[in-house]
Design a protein around this ligand. Structure first.
Ligand SMILES: *Cc1c(COP(=O)(O)O)cnc(C)c1O
Length: 375
């Protein structure tokens, strides 16, 4: 059996090596390393795939979130509602811009922001909601967009873990995650569902006006060469990364299907295990399983991880410390928040290897060991 890893990028690369190597070589031959044709080609292809008007690439997913908040004109002290149970980047940029993160609960079933918790946290200072489509599944966007409209709030979707996922509205309309709010943000970090061979990110919007602002901010606030109208930053996608992403985009649906199939296989194998709660998939939506995350019941999690490691099965905890308990926010003197659902989750979540290259033998081995050590 091939050794099991949380993410196996080597095997994935081997399958597209010829194509990727040629594309990288072509960029090197062109010597157009930044914002070259490869970048505009990829942006156009991604915008067609997502059915969104504008895709603006940038240097990474964290920058994408920061640029989104700058483009919306959010100002120090403005309150931004965000889940506490997320990767730190979502909440870090809020603090970096001296905006005020208002941490709320997630729905423990979906791991995504709880719309009722959003409603309870709105104040006259609230300016935006940042739903995170955690682990590859869309947040409850219909309700979130309705709340945003009623209270005149912006919606910035953190789509770093869910590119390719779908959300279906009650009227039957289906949209890609990241294209429903004012701005969607994603990351092309290597282990993400659409990952490059370094850092990369992008913003999505259907608004021409926002797209123009975003482009300006990502490029030193420049309106035309050497004329800088607003304070921006330097956040670009390399042509080499774009060329690689353009190839991987053609495989994205197949990659996401492979993840989904592995998840289904795990889930049916854990169906009778009373100590394990398998991921919930909301009806009508397409989950792209960036992570396969279980909730453990009555199990010593650290012991389980140790036991699995002893038989070469890696496992991870995403995330062991929620944002509202991170030291980094202490300078903001935020009011104490009580998020029992979030604390409960962080003590019990447990993620198994999830990637595009898991084979039957590996899955069977992981399942056998997990069932054995949780019995
Ligand atoms: C990965 C990730 C980011 C940040 O992306 P980078 O490209 O690493 O900066 C932001 N939010 C979430 C939820 C992520 O998983």
């Amino acid at each position: 059996m091939i050794p099991i890893q949380m993410v196996d990028l080597k095997k994935q690369y081997a399958k597209i090596k010829n194509e990727v190597d040629l594309a990288v070589e072509a960029v090197m031959e062109s010597s157009s390393f930044i914002n070259g044709k490869a970048v505009s080609d990829f942006s156009n292809h991604l915008s067609a795939y997502l059915n969104v008007k504008h895709v603006i690439p940038c240097a990474n997913g964290t920058d994408a979130l920061q640029i989104a908040m700058m483009a919306l004109g959010l100002e120090p002290g403005d309150e931004i509602i965000t889940p506490s149970f997320t990767y730190i980047a979502t909440t870090e940029v809020i603090a970096l811009l001296r905006l005020k993160p208002v941490f709320v609960e997630v729905d423990p079933k979906t791991f995504c922001i709880d719309p009722d918790a959003i409603l309870k946290s709105i104040t006259p200072k609230t300016k935006a909601i940042v739903p995170v489509h955690l682990f590859g599944q869309s947040s409850e966007m219909e309700t979130i967009l309705k709340i945003a409209k009623e209270h005149n709030l912006y919606v910035i979707e953190d789509n770093a873990q869910a590119i390719g996922a779908d959300y279906t509205f009650s009227n039957g309309v289906t949209k890609k995650t990241g294209t429903m709010g004012d701005i969607g943000c994603t990351s092309f970090f290597p282990s993400k569902n659409l990952g490059c061979f370094g850092d990369g990110g992008a913003l999505f919007t259907n608004s021409d006006e926002l797209a123009e602002k975003i482009r300006m901010i990502a490029n030193h606030g420049q309106s035309r060469r050497y004329y800088h109208d607003v304070v921006g930053c330097n956040s670009r996608l390399d042509s080499i990364q774009a060329a690689i992403l353009d190839i991987k985009l053609k495989h994205l649906d197949e990659y996401n299907d492979a993840r989904f199939n592995a998840a289904e296989y795990y889930t049916s194998a854990f169906a009778d295990n009373p100590r394990i709660k398998t991921p919930f998939i909301s009806t009508g939506n397409k989950h792209v399983f960036h992570q396969y995350t279980l909730i453990l019941d009555g199990i010593d999690r650290n012991q389980l991880i140790e036991n699995l490691a002893s038989v070469q099965v890696p496992a991870m905890i995403y995330y062991p410390v929620p944002a509202h308990r991170q030291k980094m926010f202490s300078f903001l003197n935020l009011p104490q928040v009580d998020l029992p659902e979030t604390d409960w989750l962080t003590e019990r979540v447990f993620s198994l290897p999830m990637h595009t290259e898991l084979d039957q033998a590996q899955l069977n081995y992981i399942i056998e060991k997990v069932n054995y050590f949780t019995n």
